[in-house]
Write a protein that binds this ligand. Structure first.
Ligand code: HNI
Length: 147
């Protein structure tokens, strides 16, 4: 089981409190689709994803980005059992959506970059380290039901 110090718990909470879920979610998902274009294959019903501009202005990308980031709240609130909190979501991504689990890390990196663009100097290297530790546990949990 992952061990969290009190300092790490409060660092994760502090970043989360500064995150505007709607904005960061939309921007992070758009970033994944632009930087790693092969991820578009999972979003065939989202309409026009042909250019970066189209992705950035696509309302379905924006809406889904919010849904994904809102799901992170479950991890922030269950830091001692992220795997349990994400078991059903992991199974769904594996069995129904058939998302390659390598993509979870790509999304996590895009979330960190989007958060960093917003927080700027407020995201110290130490806070970034803790935030990335947190997201790596999320990535592992999202991959936990793949066999
Ligand atoms: Ni993901 C649906 C959370 C990574 C492709 N995804 C969801 C839903 C949540 C969610 C919540 C909605 C579930 C429901 O309807 O019951 N996704 C997460 C989280 C991560 C993640 C927390 C990683 C941190 N998803 C990814 C990645 C991809 C992905 C990396 C593909 C590259 N997700 C999808 C697709 C759907 C989806 C596709 C269904 C979308 C739709 O509306 O049809």
């Amino acid at each position: 089981m992952v061990h969290w110090t009190d300092k790490e718990r409060s660092a994760v909470r502090a970043v989360w409190e500064k995150v505007d879920v709607d904005q960061i979610g939309s921007e992070a998902l758009a970033r994944v689709l632009i930087v790693y274009p092969w991820t578009e294959r999972y979003f065939g019903c989202f309409g026009d994803l042909f250019t970066a501009t189209a992705i950035l202005n696509n309302p379905k990308v924006a809406a889904h980005g919010k849904v994904v980031l809102k799901a992170l709240e479950g991890a922030v609130k269950n830091m001692d059992n992220i795997k349990g909190a994400y078991a059903a979501l992991s199974r769904m991504h594996c069995e129904t959506l058939k998302v390659d689990p390598d993509n979870f890390k790509l999304l996590a990196d895009c979330i960190t970059i989007t958060v960093a663009c917003k927080l700027k100097g407020a995201l110290s290297p130490q806070t970034q380290a803790t935030w990335q530790k947190f997201l790596s546990v999320v990535v592992e949990a999202m991959g936990s039901q793949y066999s």
